[in-house]
Design a binder for this molecule. Structure first.
Ligand SMILES: [Zn+2]
Length: 440
């Protein structure tokens, strides 16, 4: 006898994002997994919750692959660039209760947006004395505790941080940190996949390491410890090689073209010497050159970029580097053309976490005509490609039988509208592992 479904959604459109971009008109969930697509009526029993979609559209749950959850939860509704941050007199979080409250608040904020997974890009001992308290090893421990008690409202991937956020790091601290085990957790709720390295700063602050000079004649430098460029580069290469050999995923904050070239070359060397391991990726990638971009797919290196930051800070880039720099910065269309697995993300709370706005912003950075193909491609950056970055494409990121029931229900089918109109489309329902975590 077939068991009845726990939850059924019917009478709308299900965009599965599977390899064929199949669509269905219904979806059934049992024990947290998708068990049927299409005709789900036979699975409805007396205890099944039936959601009549009334023409609304189901997407795979949104995965914001670069979002500082604890920091967002502690700051919300303030953000760094989207409004004046609240006056900060001490750390935003300072004890277990406040860390926990911040993570839970982030869970509420993202649930309302249909976000069912996110990556915490950098938690660890490098920030134990940090000004906000939001990136410490204790925050990662709190995530593990919430994962164990079943209280997380989104699935979390975390990268560990053995240096200072947006600041220096040393090879010795990195090697010592990497040798310590991360907290244990169910990897479907908290997956500690690897490490975050801050290789350089950002172009508007003239702290990204670049081949050409800023308007003041400087060209930045790497953040990794060292007396001079060659020593800093050697230490960064050692970090990447060490983490790769340890099987860790490596996410590198890299914005300047010179930094990006060194990072990709170091990753390529590690792959050539030791084989593929980890889904390594560049974070931000503002000034990546066309030549380096073209090498990423062959190396399996991803690009995690924030269209909202590109839109918000483009004029600052012009002030630091001149008008020409903007023409080649954030080459999203070129990344798509080369087949780079692009992840789009918010970097919240630098900006707000509303992915609908950042998909609209991303469309502005492409040369493509608005339409279903472009929308699918942009949504993949928040679903399929983000699951790839997580190394979790076998069980999440698309709506297929046997995958987890992480769902985002929108009031309008996004494939029928222009990206510029997406921010007005309401999120109606969010489901994580078959459980409703938000309902309008
Ligand atoms: Zn960030």
């Amino acid at each position: 006898m077939t068991r009845h479904a726990d939850l059924v959604l019917t009478g709308g459109t299900v965009l599965t994002f599977d390899a064929q971009d199949s669509e269905a008109d219904g979806l059934a969930v049992l024990d947290g997994e998708v068990v049927a697509l299409g005709d789900v009526a036979p699975l409805v029993g007396p205890d099944t919750r039936v959601v009549d979609l009334r023409g609304r559209t189901v997407l795979p749950g949104i995965n914001d692959s670069h979002l500082h959850g604890a920091w967002l939860g502690a700051m919300w509704p303030n953000t760094l660039l989207g409004g004046p941050p609240a006056e900060q007199t001490g750390p935003l979080v300072s004890d277990a209760a406040s860390r926990r409250a911040a993570i839970l608040r982030a869970g509420d904020v993202v649930a309302e947006l249909g976000i069912t997974s996110y990556t915490e890009p950098g938690l660890g001992p490098g920030e134990d004395e940090g000004a906000t308290g939001c990136f410490s090893a204790a925050v990662l421990e709190e995530y593990a505790a919430l994962a164990a008690s079943g209280e997380l409202r989104a699935r979390v991937t975390a990268l560990r941080l053995f240096g200072v956020l947006d600041g220096p790091s040393s090879l010795a601290d990195f090697e010592r940190g990497l040798a310590t085990p991360p907290p244990a957790a169910d990897p479907r709720w908290l997956a500690v996949t690897g490490v975050k390295i801050f290789a350089d700063g950002i172009p508007p602050m003239k702290s990204a390491w670049t081949h050409s000079c800023y308007t003041d004649g400087t060209s930045g430098h790497l953040l990794v410890d060292g007396e001079h460029d060659a020593e800093r580069e050697a230490n960064l290469r050692r970090m990447i090689d060490t983490a790769h050999r340890a099987g860790a995923q490596i996410g590198v904050h890299a914005t300047g073209d010179r930094t990006i070239d060194v990072v990709v070359s170091a990753m390529a060397d590690a792959i050539a010497a030791h084989g593929r391991a980890g889904r390594h990726y560049l974070i931000h990638g503002d000034l990546i050159s066309a030549a380096t971009l073209a090498t990423l797919p062959g190396l399996g290196i991803g690009l995690n970029t924030q269209p909202g930051i590109a839109t918000s800070t483009g004029s600052w880039l012009v002030a630091a580097m001149g008008e020409d720099a903007l023409h080649s910065a954030w080459p999203l269309q070129s990344a798509f053309d080369h087949g780079v697995p692009v992840c789009l993300s918010s970097d919240a709370p630098v900006l707000g976490p509303d992915w609908r706005q950042w998909i609209a912003a991303a469309a502005e950075w492409t040369a493509a005509t608005p339409g279903p193909d472009l929308m699918r491609r942009l949504l993949r950056g928040y679903t399929v490609n983000a699951a790839l970055q997580d190394g979790a494409e076998s069980w999440k990121g698309t709506l297929e039988i046997g995958k987890v029931a992480d769902l985002c229900v929108l009031e309008t089918n996004p494939l029928t509208i222009n990206p510029a109109d997406l921010p007005k489309v309401g999120v109606e329902l969010t489901v994580v592992g078959g459980k409703v975590v938000f309902e309008r």
